[in-house]
Design a protein around this ligand. Sequence first.
Ligand code: 13P
Length: 346
Amino acid sequence: MGLHDRELRATAQAMVARGKGILAMDESNGTCNRRFQALGIPSTLAARQAYRELILTTPGLSTYVSGPILYDETIRQTTQAGLPFLQVIADAGMIPGIKIDAGAKDLAGHPGEKVTEGLDGLRDRIAEYYQMGARFAKWRAVITIGNGIPSAACIEANAHALARYAALCQEGGLVPIVEPEVLIEGDHTLAQCWQVTDATLHEVFYQLHRQRVAYDQMILKPSMVIPGKDCPQQVSVEAVAEATIRCLLKNVPATVAGIAFLSGGQSVERSAAHLNAMNILFGDQCPWPVTFSYARAIQQPALEHWAANPTDVAAAQQQILKRARCNSAASLGEYSHEMEREVALV
Ligand code: 13P
């Protein structure tokens, strides 16, 4: 039994409490600037601060969001008025999390494949973030489907790193979000995505077991089993829901504290509809809560509104709240297209 067992279990359960999900806002500066540039927002520290303040001060956010995942720059920032973001989060009753990996880098000897770095010095960084007040962390591994890839070596290296990270997190008191993302980019079919996701999850849980990670003190953040963006054979919402849940039931131990999906570049409506269908059709078969940990599928409409109307923070916050509310409803199997037509949802 570890030092932090009880706290970790309680935190993990709170992260996926009924009707709640996680808000990913941990884009690295590179990714954040890329999304800003696409909309004509300057790539500055001040713009990133203002945008993150907009998100975190959204009134009512904690009704639907258990906690935000922050980036290293963000966790150290304050509002323009000088209130630390960590205080804003605590005042709202949310749990702060931190992206802790050092990014996906080219895997030597394996063209087109990536391995996530960041294990060196990780124990010390975990201790620092815990001391600051963070209570969970995220590490994202990336698996690409393409001609002859992924290789077994890529899946194994990424799963091993995820397991080493998760064990270190639990030792240091942070609930690990274990994120093996099978990318949606490509023309692969649903069946190919199933096969790769199945192999990836199998290896991830083998490695987690080997490194003695406690499943009831972690959250799995998977991608959905879905045809590639450029696949000519797209499938129904129900087909994605069924393939995804069957793949999870086959590979994920029942004691895992929760499943919180990434959106991966799906449209905001699809991201909600898929999560909703999983809960309606298969909720009674799932031993774990099935919810969201979306970035783009929560932020994108707000970011677009803010880019076009930089002084209209309140309306951008309404967009954040609307997506959070729709996805919260989806986590309960209560989402409907009518919700999308309502302009103001509060
Ligand atoms: P998306 O929901 O935009 O895929 O982001 C989730 C995430 O945190 C990726 O690491």
